[in-house]
Design a protein around this ligand. Structure first.
Ligand code: GDP
Ligand code: MG
Length: 143
């Protein structure tokens, strides 16, 4: 999910490109201004953290772009593309390492495992995703 700062800074295309170029398949996407309740559910595992109220304020400060990308090991691959939670610890070449500085404005969310991805897909895309054959897959994966 591209967070409000990513949308406002005009980085939507740049971020989508990086997932696309890596060979992942886009199966769902939407622009949305989710409610506080929706985001509290999304980040429920962090509810006890001291930064939780500021995180929810940040995430409700503007629209986000929610996406589902598929591919072999997509969750861990996605996390590699993101970089570290703290952008100053993120390597150049990662999204956070290239475009941001502050943990409270770190541009993008990525599911941290296949299990959390499934939970988040159910939360954000209750009507499911669009399955299709990506023709370039035969050039991305060894045949
Ligand atoms: P992520 O999976 O890398 O996004 O990191 P987490 O799931 O641990 O935290 C969710 C989001 O909360 C992060 O992306 C940050 O925007 C924010 N966050 C996490 N830790 C901190 C912190 O220590 N301070 C602040 N201000 N924000 C934090
Ligand atoms: Mg997380």
């Amino acid at each position: 999910m591209i967070k409000p700062d990513g949308v406002q800074r005009g980085l939507v295309g740049e971020i989508i490109s990086r997932f696309e170029r890596r060979g992942l398949k886009l199966v769902a996407i939407k622009v949305e201004s989710p409610s506080k309740e929706h985001l509290e559910k999304h980040y429920s595992d962090l509810a006890s953290k001291p930064f939780f109220p500021s995180l929810i304020k940040y995430m409700t400060s503007g629209p986000v772009v929610a996406m589902v990308w598929e591919g072999r090991g997509a969750a861990s691959l996605g996390r590699q593309l993101l970089g570290q939670t703290n952008p100053t610890a993120s390597a150049p070449g990662t999204i956070r390492g290239d475009f941001c500085i502050d943990m409270g404005s770190n541009l993008i969310h990525g599911s941290d495992s296949q299990e959390s991805a499934q939970k988040e897909i159910d939360l954000w895309f209750p009507n499911g995703v669009t399955e299709y054959q990506l023709d370039s897959a035969k050039w991305v994966y060894e045949q």
